[in-house]
Design a protein around this ligand. Structure first.
Ligand code: HEC
Length: 149
């Protein structure tokens, strides 16, 4: 009797551990911005709420373009089509930033968070240490200016 109870207890614990592990692997459960490299299009609601503090004027877009050419064009291409030489070997490939498809969301905040935090397990690395927040918003303004919407 005792051992049956013990077995039942162990089984319950195992089932619990396995379902916790499975839940952690389910991409839908992740709340981290900039993840889901394997998934399809999805949104990042918390990132979408971030307000762009930098007006998308000519000065900001020009600053963003200069930063883009240095830090992004190698992978995303000179015109943003995702065809930079550095991206050829990458899987997934660098995104086309000029089309209307946004795997990680199309708001300023979602684009900002992808640039800041990168996309885990892909060639898209975090840029938080390479640029100030203001510079990253300039890049967001530039990317929005070349995007289809
Ligand atoms: C080393 C190559 C590389 C560099 C450099 C790079 N990216 Fe990326 N980027 C990628 C890859 C690969 C993806 C696709 C990730 C995915 O499919 O989830 C990506 C995805 C993105 C996305 C998401 C697009 C979408 O559809 O939601 C944005 C926005 C983006 N990059 C902007 C930038 C900007 C801006 C810079 C420069 C500050 C930059 N990237 C630098 C490789 C790069």
């Amino acid at each position: 009797m005792r051992s049956i109870l013990r077995d039942a207890l162990i089984t319950t614990m195992l089932v619990g551990a396995v379902s916790v592990a499975l839940a952690a692997r389910n991409p839908q459960e992740h709340q981290h911005p900039g993840t889901h490299p394997e998934g399809g299009a999805h949104r990042h609601p918390d990132a979408a709420k971030l307000k762009n503090p930098v007006a998308a004027n000519a000065e900001s877009i020009a600053a963003g373009k200069a930063l883009y050419e240095k830090q992004c064009a190698g992978c995303h291409g000179d015109t943003g089509k995702g065809d930079g030489a550095m991206g050829e070997e990458l899987n997934p490939k660098p995104a086309n930033l000029t089309d209307a498809d946004w795997k990680h969301g199309s708001t300023d905040g979602e684009i900002f968070v992808v640039i800041r935090d990168g996309v885990k397990s892909t060639g898209m690395k975090p840029h938080a240490r390479k640029m100030t927040a203001h510079q990253m918003w300039d890049v967001v303004n530039y990317v929005r200016s070349i995007a289809a919407h």
